[in-house]
Design a protein around this ligand. Structure first.
Ligand SMILES: [Zn+2]
Length: 164
């Protein structure tokens, strides 16, 4: 499986831009069917810009009930890569503007689409993975909260009969 683009090919293309369609599974990411991405890879002199979208249905594990559920993934990629090693003062990953980083290619002569997609999918996973509003785990947690010993004090207040 090779999803790499030679930087020379980008340079020699019209407008120094190459379109790339990815329609494949990604190792280490559980998906229902393929992950689909349409990218534009453009040379901007010392930098390579990768822009496009990524779609697919992932099979994620619910954080609460541990059940597998389908997650409809759809996000935008907009990343910059430096062809040559960045100056030390920039560091390995330099933030260009909000959330956009420049990744150092360290003088490599090709760009690895497979790796870019893998990293992007991982970064775009939801922080809290919940299978749905009817998650049984959620109910379980609510019940547990009620029987929390710290709540007993409140129960006692309610139970106390009005004495007169
Ligand atoms: Zn769940």
């Amino acid at each position: 499986m090779k999803h790499k683009i030679a930087i020379d090919d980008i340079e020699s293309s019209d407008n120094k831009t190459v379109s790339y369609e990815f329609n494949d599974k990604i190792d280490g990411i559980e998906s229902l069917g393929n992950i689909y991405s349409k990218l534009e890879i453009k040379s901007l002199g010392d930098f390579i810009q990768v822009v496009g979208n990524v779609k697919g249905i992932l099979s994620l594990e619910c954080d609460l009930c541990l059940k597998k559920f389908d997650y409809n993934m759809d996000f935008v990629i907009d990343e910059m890569f430096a062809k040559h090693a960045l100056q030390d003062e920039y560091g390995k990953e330099t933030e260009l503007h909000d959330g956009q980083f420049i990744t150092d290619l360290n003088g490599e002569n090709e760009i690895d689409i497979y790796d870019i997609l893998y990293q992007s999918v991982i970064l775009n996973l939801p922080n809290r993975k919940v299978c749905g509003i009817n998650c049984n785990g959620e109910k379980f947690f609510q019940k547990e909260e009620i029987s929390d010993p710290r709540m007993d004090v409140f129960k006692n207040i309610q139970i106390q009969p009005k004495s007169k």
